[in-house]
Design a protein around this ligand. Structure first.
Ligand code: NI
Length: 456
């Protein structure tokens, strides 16, 4: 609603309160005197015969008085006219429509008194682009005599005769923010499809700037200063280079009461295998773990308690791996780095949480399904029919009755040899394929200085 400097229709300005000083100055004047008449009346009223000097004095005094009165009148008239001139109403144009306003009215008062001519204010936006308050932006967008005038300059602009004002909706304003530089954790890129998984590129942290909204608390990434280097986990099947044919037999879940008989068969046949022992089993049978190594076989970890690792939290996962290494090291004097995760379950998360602890995770290409106890011949047939150069076969020397494995093993070894295979350990198998890094083959992987694990 219009208030003190409200624009009014043309011709209505004379009635407004602001025009009073104007009206009084022009019509009333100082006591309503008529300076043109008073000196005449004075001259007529004074007789010239009273004395020579007296009339002259009287004439002189009355002339001075008349001059003062005239001067006073002119002064007041001049002030009144000036006042009227400087406080007169003028016509301005707002969004194409003419309106009347007292000259010199500040732009901010004019806009406020006229309700910003109905335009909506802009929003206050968060740094994420969400509306924090509907009216927290600028109140209006104003063009004054062709110039765009920001809100903070409205007070210093004054309306004059013929001023032209365009008033549009307010602009959105973004909240304030703070900026900080933070580290960017690497991501993990895990390939799939191979029996042996290992880190082929370690992750390195990057840097980025992040804005935090002062009102909303929202956080927005602004600029990548230094990209992170992702951790890459390769997944390869072994493809032996050269002329030989190689295959690796593996035994899980031991050591157990069956392990020595399996070791005896291997020794008798002059063959090697790889044993993925449970740390918890090694603690009770350290001599069997040592016998595995002494027979020229490879000893690796099947974790400590055979938990499904994706169900473990970070600490439990790392403990399941390192505790098994500790147990093996205590039993045999050397510390392995190779694992076979129970059920083969080792996802991106496990790599991100514990990839620094291991050299590789070894799965299998031939599953004998021996744990189903399908009969010794089925186990033999499973290996011999599935064999190919570079394959890894899964069997068990613990976790249940392994009589069928023991019964099948001599025929498996003989049958593979008849097909031209050399039975080697998993590390020896990897060594036949130059795509496997030497530190992975040798179980001597160390996360480099400055490398970091992905966030998980
Ligand atoms: Ni197992």
């Amino acid at each position: 609603m219009p208030r003190k400097t409200a624009a009014r229709p043309n011709g209505a300005s004379g009635a407004r309160p602001g025009a009073k000083p104007h009206a009084r100055a022009v019509q009333g004047g100082p006591s309503g005197a008529h300076p043109a008449k008073q000196p005449v009346r004075v001259r007529v009223a004074r007789p010239a015969a009273v004395g020579q000097s007296a009339p002259r004095h009287r004439t002189s005094a009355s002339g001075l008085r008349a001059a003062l009165i005239a001067f006073g009148f002119l002064l007041v008239f001049g002030l009144g006219a000036g006042y009227a001139f400087f406080w007169r109403d003028v016509q301005v144009t707002v969004n194409g429509a003419s309106t009347s306003v007292r000259i010199g009215t500040p732009l901010d008062s004019f806009l406020e008194d006229n309700g910003y001519f109905g335009v909506a204010p802009g929003h206050l936006l968060s740094i994420g682009g969400n509306v924090i308050t509907e009216d927290g932006g600028t109140r209006a967008t104003v063009t004054f005599d062709g110039r765009s005038v920001a809100a903070d300059a409205w007070t210093s602009e004054h309306l004059g005769d013929g001023s032209s004002i365009e008033v549009g909706p307010g602009a959105d304003v973004e909240e304030g923010h703070t900026e900080e530089t933070v580290e960017v954790a690497p991501q993990i890129e895990k390939q799939a499809g191979g029996a042996i998984q290992f880190v082929s590129q370690w992750g390195r942290a990057g840097k980025k700037t992040v804005w935090t909204g002062e009102v909303s608390g929202e956080q927005v990434d602004r600029e990548v200063l230094e990209p992170a280097q992702n951790m890459v986990v390769s997944s390869l099947n072994v493809h032996p280079e050269g002329e030989g044919k190689y295959i690796a037999l593996t035994f899980d879940d031991g050591p157990s009461g069956y392990t020595q008989r399996i070791l005896d068969i291997l020794a008798e046949k002059g063959a090697k295998a790889t044993f993925f022992n449970l740390g918890s089993q090694v603690v009770g049978r350290p001599a069997l773990a040592k016998a595995v190594l002494d027979g020229g076989n490879e000893l690796a970890s099947h974790t400590n308690q055979h938990m499904n690792l994706p169900d473990c939290d970070r600490d439990t996962l790392r403990s399941e791996i390192s505790t098994s290494f500790d147990a093996i090291e205590a039993a045999v004097g050397s510390r392995p780095q190779m694992i076979r995760a129970p059920y083969g379950a080792f996802t991106d998360v496990e790599w991100a949480r514990a990839g620094d602890l291991i050299s590789c995770n070894v799965l299998w290409n031939i599953d004998t399904l021996d744990w189903k106890r399908p009969g010794a011949q089925a186990i033999v047939d499973g290996v011999l029919s599935g064999a190919y150069n570079g394959a890894i076969a899964l069997m068990h020397d613990g976790g249940g009755n392994r009589d069928q494995d023991i019964e099948a093993l001599p025929a498996i070894i003989d049958g593979l040899r008849a097909q031209g295979y050399e039975l080697v350990t998993v590390s020896e198998l990897m060594a036949t394929d130059s795509r496997f890094p030497r530190e992975v083959v040798e179980g001597a992987v160390k996360m480099p200085e400055g490398a970091v694990l992905p966030a998980a």
